[in-house]
Ligand binder design. Structure first.
Ligand code: C2E
Ligand code: CA
Ligand code: CA
Length: 669
């Protein structure tokens, strides 16, 4: 490009100089020819008897003197006389042409033309401009006419303008050099300006093209160009569906990082992930950021192991510390993998399946990878349905509580109710808490739900007869933030509910945390007057150490023990009896869950258990059904259904007003 521009400039400069030179040369030539002609016309008049001179060819002394004077006066070079046949007869002055034989021939020819036409002829005789001694002579050849107007001969004059020509030439060369330089500089400036503008335009175009194809933050491809690149790779035979895998990455808890650390840190994290992906990719692999914290890789992987290995390499690179400027943080990522064979119709289905696998990875606690299988699809879809129902339930207040009666073993009198969550999905399916509570926990929503359940249960129980307590289930997650005690105490103050009528059920998984924080919170709750029950006792680790360390008010024996009773009554009774003795020794009451038959109830009652719970006495029911149930229970047990009498009866049976906590030796059944 630059070469072409230089060539163009050179040609233009040479052309301009040439044209200028030719114009000046012609002007100079015309001038000298005109001068020569004017002078030549006078010669026949000035030279006495010029006709004779032309005829005889012999100049008299007077003629020669006149001619010499003339030549000197006009700065002429020479003067020539030709006879009527065009033969040179006389020449005066300097024979400038003597060194140029071709000039003599030219002059002779001109003289003959004058004789033939009777018209004057003008010409310029010059050596080349490049010679050191430039000669520039103007020549005019005019006829010598007789009295009848016939040409008798030809007089030619030669005017020497060599000095003027040299001066002109030198000036031209200087001027031309200056002009050439100026012209060249101007053209160079214009050309480089043009080139610069072109280059900038090209760069802008390339940049715009790059931006249109890439994610600005990470430099990876964006969604559209990812698709185009995959298609191009497939067409070029670099990528084949059967031997490829789609990897979908999601940064764990990125929203929290963005919200707590600010957007600049969020951007640094995204750049870090982009870099981690880029360095792990092979030459035929394609990486992209689809927006947010969603990253996609399509890679050459003939088997699941190869895809897994790449996913782990990328996750390890992502887990390297990120320097955010202010401090160093560490992030993790989850990954969903879909092998080419499972991509079905193409990349879109592959992405969908990888997304399902990613959801499974998140459900399984994040910071891991999962691979799509057809079985996984239904599992994940179910999980997604539950998650959406939980979110929707929370947003639109669709959660409700059912209450299941807790029955005294000795009198079969209802002493309280366990509050149990209920949720119906958008399509009307009643979802089991065993299914939606783990999802709510994983989604970090259980705190809100648990808080709502506590508030609603205590508000409802505040309407019950005073001898009835309410038991509310607590998730392990509710102990995480160490604000549970204040939440419970605020709830009790708001609803005006007596803390001694509240029981909180926790599971062994909470104690597995074995943290001081849990111990502190449980102790503080008990100080408020709230009872703590260990739920589902016997299903988990069931460490006696925990029972002793944390000090519970109640053990709820899991219904699996009751099922065991059915299978082997003697052994089942022995186990439950051991638990009851142990609990009583540690000053705890015992409730056995899952009583469905009268036989089970009788067997349990014989074992000195304190309370029973199960379908035999009542299924979990809406709050609206409670008054009827309480009245029915009172009638069946022949007990007066008023609160005063229930309270009196509680005291009479040796239980505190809070029947969940055993302050005095338990009433034996
Ligand atoms: P859980 O605390 O052990 O609750 C007792 C479960 O056993 C209830 O199931 C109840 O309907 C069921 N059940 C009671 N008697 C019988 C019986 O005689 N036979 C049989 N087969 N089942 C009986 P539900 O309501 O489905 O609750 C399941 C679990 O969900 C609860 O087990 C509890 O762990 C959890 N849950 C329920 N509500 C809440 C809540 O508000 N918060 C938390 N964190 N968990 C809750
Ligand atoms: Ca429970
Ligand atoms: Ca239970």
């Amino acid at each position: 490009m630059a070469f072409v521009a230089a060539l163009v400039v050179t040609v233009l400069v040479i052309g301009a100089n040439f044209a200028q030179f030719k114009t000046l040369e012609q002007t100079l030539g015309a001038q000298v020819r005109e001068d020569a002609r004017a002078w030549a016309h006078h010669i026949p008049d000035l030279v006495p008897d010029a006709e004779r001179l032309a005829t005889t060819g012999t100049a008299s002394t007077t003629q020669l003197a006149t001619l010499t004077d003339e030549i000197n006066d006009h700065g002429g070079t020479g003067m020539l006389f030709f006879n009527g046949n065009g033969i040179l007869l006389v020449s005066a002055g300097r024979n400038t042409w003597s060194g140029h034989p071709e000039w003599a021939a030219r002059m002779q020819s001109l003289a003959r033309q004058v004789l033939a036409t009777g018209q004057s002829r003008l010409d310029v005789f010059a050596t080349g401009w490049n010679e050191a001694e430039t000669v520039f002579v103007g020549g005019a050849f005019v006829p010598i006419l007789d009295g009848f107007g016939n040409a008798q001969g030809v007089v030619g004059v030669l005017l020497d303008r060599s000095v003027a020509a040299r001066t002109f030439y030198d000036a031209f060369v200087r001027l031309s050099a200056i002009l050439s330089i100026v012209f060249t500089i101007a053209l160079a400036l214009i050309s480089s300006g043009f080139i610069l503008v072109r280059r900038q335009a090209d760069q802008s175009r390339q940049q715009a093209n790059y931006l249109a194809r890439h994610d600005q933050l990470t430099g990876l491809l964006n969604r559209d160009s990812f698709r185009a690149s995959v298609e191009a790779s497939k067409r070029a035979g670099i990528l084949s569906c059967e031997k490829a895998a789609v990897l979908l990455f999601d940064i764990d808890n990125f929203k929290a990082v963005n919200d707590t650390e600010g957007q600049a840190v969020g951007d640094a994290v995204l750049r870090h992930v982009g870099q981690a992906i880029s360095i792990c990719l092979g030459p035929s692999d394609i990486g992209a950021r689809f927006g947010g914290d969603e990253f996609v890789v399509i890679c050459h992987a003939s088997c699941i192991n190869a895809a897994d290995a790449l996913a782990e390499r990328i996750r390890t690179a992502i887990a390297r510390p990120v320097d955010t400027g202010k401090r160093t943080i560490q992030i993790r990522a989850s990954c969903g993998i879909c092998m080419g064979a499972q991509c079905g119709a193409g990349i879109d289905e592959g992405l969908q399946h990888a997304d399902l696998a990613l959801s499974q990875a998140k459900f399984d606690g994040r910071n891991t990878s999962r691979t799509f299988t057809p079985e996984l699809e239904s599992r994940v879809n179910r999980r997604i349905k539950i998650r959406d129902a939980v979110r929707n339930g929370l947003r639109n207040g669709l959660f409700s509580l059912n209450f299941q009666p807790l029955i005294r073993c000795d009198t079969r009198l209802c002493v309280g109710f366990e509050a149990l969550l209920r949720l119906t999905s958008a399509d009307g399916e009643k979802l089991a808490p065993d299914e939606f509570i783990p999802v709510a926990e994983a989604e970090g929503l259980i705190e809100h739900i648990g808080q709502w359940a506590l508030g609603t249960a205590t508000a409802e129980a505040a309407n019950w007869p005073e001898h009835l307590y309410v038991s509310v289930n607590m998730s392990v997650r509710q102990f995480d933030k160490e604000n549970l005690v204040s939440i419970v105490s605020e709830t009790l103050s708001r609803t005006g509910f007596d803390p001694h009528r509240l029981e909180l059920e926790v599971t062994e998984s909470l104690l597995m945390k074995n943290s001081e924080s849990v111990g502190r919170q449980l102790a503080a709750l008990r100080t408020l007057g709230v009872s703590i029950a260990m739920d589902d006792f016997g299903t988990g680790y069931s460490s006696l150490g925990y029972l002793w360390k944390y000090g519970f008010d109640k053990l709820k024996v899991d219904r699996s023990f009751v099922i065991g009773l059915d299978a082997d009554a003697a052994k089942g009774r022995e186990i439950i009896d051991t638990i009851v003795v142990l609990a009583h020794r540690l000053d705890m009451t015992v409730t056995v869950e899952g009583i469905e038959t009268e036989l089970q109830a009788e067997l349990i009652s014989e074992l000195a258990c304190d309370q029973m719970q199960g379908f035999l006495f009542g299924r979990p029911m809406p709050a609206a059904d409670l008054p009827a149930f309480i009245l029915g229970n009172a009638a069946r047990t022949h007990a007066p259904p008023t609160s005063e009498r229930h309270g009196a009866r509680c005291l009479a049976t040796g239980q505190a007003r809070h029947p969940g906590r055993r302050r005095t030796p338990p009433a034996r059944c």
